[in-house]
Ligand binder design. Structure first.
Ligand code: PAF
Length: 285
């Protein structure tokens, strides 16, 4: 297997993409923060199915981490990630430095109101402004035809869809289904923080959401379903539980407390701590 070509600067990235464009090729883009797992590789596969050439970026974006979050501890393995991307058929790695992405004097922040405000917007102040700003920059730098994001970060996906539409970025935003371990746990780079005992308990998050979805579909009231899922997580040793909430699938406005109307497009989203890992998950309700 040939090593994956890497661009470290925006100029290098643009030069490669411009070459592909001259050949009439379409371009897909998969933004990541590295520590790649099968979930990321499924995003690359989806991009490859939709575009002739695929760029994956690895950039641990400091502006989306709060002051007490895990920026310093975030897992890093660029060589391993590059090998995995090459193996998946990715054509270019874009791995810029922090100085390349945020040169001195940078003063623009992209904020998306509405959809970015509840849930993780409350639990992680400033997080989605950091995400929207870096994704707007990456998409503007690569100018892809399609960009792929995981549904595991469902609120992030909806924030990016809103931002790309509002800023006329001219890129199709694709959501890819959450990749899961055999026991149901959503794959995440942060699962690496779980101890063996916590890893055994972690699938309870997906199990609680699965049960919640089946109760909602059977006509149970939203408020009771949410409360039962929170109780189940606490009983399994999760804590704190930041939220378990049923929301509109597109704009994430609050639904309930009563039953969901038939045909209502809803999503149940959860975030809860297990030891030092903050796990998130969501499902169509
Ligand atoms: O989902 C992620 O890994 C990050 O939030 C993203 C989209 C790469 C932006 O830094």
């Amino acid at each position: 297997m040939l090593p994956l070509p890497a661009a470290r600067t925006v100029a290098d990235l643009r030069r490669t993409v411009a070459g592909w464009r001259r050949e009439g090729l379409t371009v897909g883009f998969v933004p990541t923060m590295g520590a790649l797992h099968e979930g990321h590789i499924s995003l690359v596969r989806l991009a490859l199915a939709r575009a002739d050439r695929v760029v994956a970026s690895i950039f641990i974006n400091p502006t989306q981490f709060g002051p007490n979050e895990d920026l310093a501890a975030y897992p890093r393995d660029e060589a391993g990630d590059a090998a995995r991307l090459a193996d998946a058929g990715c054509h270019l790695l874009f791995a810029p430095s922090v100085a390349e992405m945020y040169p001195p004097g940078v003063a623009t922040v992209v904020t998306v109101s509405g959809v970015s405000e509840p849930l993780d917007g409350q639990a992680r102040p400033g997080h989605f402004a950091g995400v929207a700003t870096i994704v707007a920059k990456l998409l503007n730098q690569a100018r892809p035809d399609v960009a792929v994001f995981g549904e595991k970060d469902y609120q992030q996906l909806q924030v990016i869809r809103r931002m790309a539409a509002d800023l006329d970025l001219g890129v199709e935003i694709l959501g890819a289904p959450t990749a899961r371990a055999q026991d149901g746990l959503a794959l995440s780079s942060r699962n690496a923080y779980l101890t063996d005992d916590e890893r055994r308990r972690a699938p309870e998050l997906a199990a609680a959401l699965t049960e919640a979805v089946s109760n909602l579909r059977a006509g149970a009231e939203v408020a009771g379903v949410e409360a039962r899922a929170v109780g189940r997580l606490r009983a399994a040793g999760f804590g704190p539980v930041d939220y378990v909430e049923v929301r509109d699938a597109a704009d994430l406005s609050r639904l309930g407390p009563g039953r969901l109307l038939p045909g209502r497009s809803a999503r149940i989203l959860a975030a809860a701590w297990l030891g030092r890992a903050r796990l998130i998950d969501n499902m169509a309700a």
